[in-house]
Design a protein around this ligand. Structure first.
Ligand SMILES: [Zn+2]
Length: 232
């Protein structure tokens, strides 16, 4: 089940339950209106119904949580299957902190993608990557983009996220000093340690693995025929 923001509901039945919901259809991949059928109660806390895409008639399920008076609880409308479109990446606030304009470029690329504007998406992504390279390597901004990207791993201190790690784990470090007596470890410490391990895995294992996977998908993607390059 995937939560739908209440703002996606465009019309409601007299009892307050959603009647038309705007979503990106997982089948026709268009932003379209879904019409809900009359809702039915299931126990005291849930009402459910089916809905269908007004463009392609694709069907989906809707579930709504209700309060003790039978009214919709806020932010508790769910759908299955998941609507189409892409969601924002986790960690967007870090991009916002680095540069507001870059975060806005990313958000507009996502919006264009979710409107099936493929060409405009690609141009915005290129603009985003150029902006990122210029932001990270300000003295290289005159170079063409491929040269700037070549310079990234050379000129950026990529080991910085890993510094201080040994200090934390050393016998007198913030984590290290707990290991002698595991009963001294509380929830917060365990949480921080787990988060640290997850970030380390993300940086050392997940990111390189996903990049390699993406590169191999790019290499095996069918090359689109250029207009006019067909029958000669
Ligand atoms: Zn559809």
């Amino acid at each position: 089940m995937h939560q739908i923001p209440d703002s996606s509901v465009h019309a409601r039945f007299a009892n307050g339950f959603a009647r038309s919901i705007e979503l990106i259809c997982p089948r026709c991949h268009e932003k379209s209106m879904f019409d809900a059928r009359p809702w039915q109660e299931h126990g005291r806390q849930i009402v459910a119904t089916e809905m269908s895409c007004t463009r392609c008639e694709n069907e989906g399920l809707l579930v709504q949580l209700v309060d003790e008076y039978g009214n919709c609880k806020p932010a508790s409308l769910f759908t299955w299957p998941e609507p189409g479109g892409r969601h924002s990446m986790p960690g967007l606030p870090h991009l916002q902190a680095l540069s507001g304009p870059l975060a806005r470029s990313y958000e507009s690329a996502l919006k264009l993608y979710n409107h099936a504007e493929w060409g405009a998406t690609a141009l915005t992504v290129r603009h985003l990557i150029e902006g990122l390279a210029a932001r990270l390597l300000p003295d290289k901004r005159e170079l063409p983009l491929p040269r700037q990207l070549d310079a990234l791993p050379r000129d950026l201190d990529l080991s910085r996220p890993l510094q201080d790690l040994s200090q934390l784990m050393a016998p007198d470090g913030a984590f290290g000093r707990h290991f002698d007596d595991e009963t001294s470890i509380d929830k917060v410490t365990a949480e921080h340690l787990l988060e640290l391990a997850e970030q380390l895995l993300q940086y050392l294992v997940v990111m390189p693995g996903e990049m390699a996977e993406l590169k191999s998908r790019i290499a095996t993607a069918p090359v689109p025929l250029r207009r006019g390059s067909g029958a000669a």
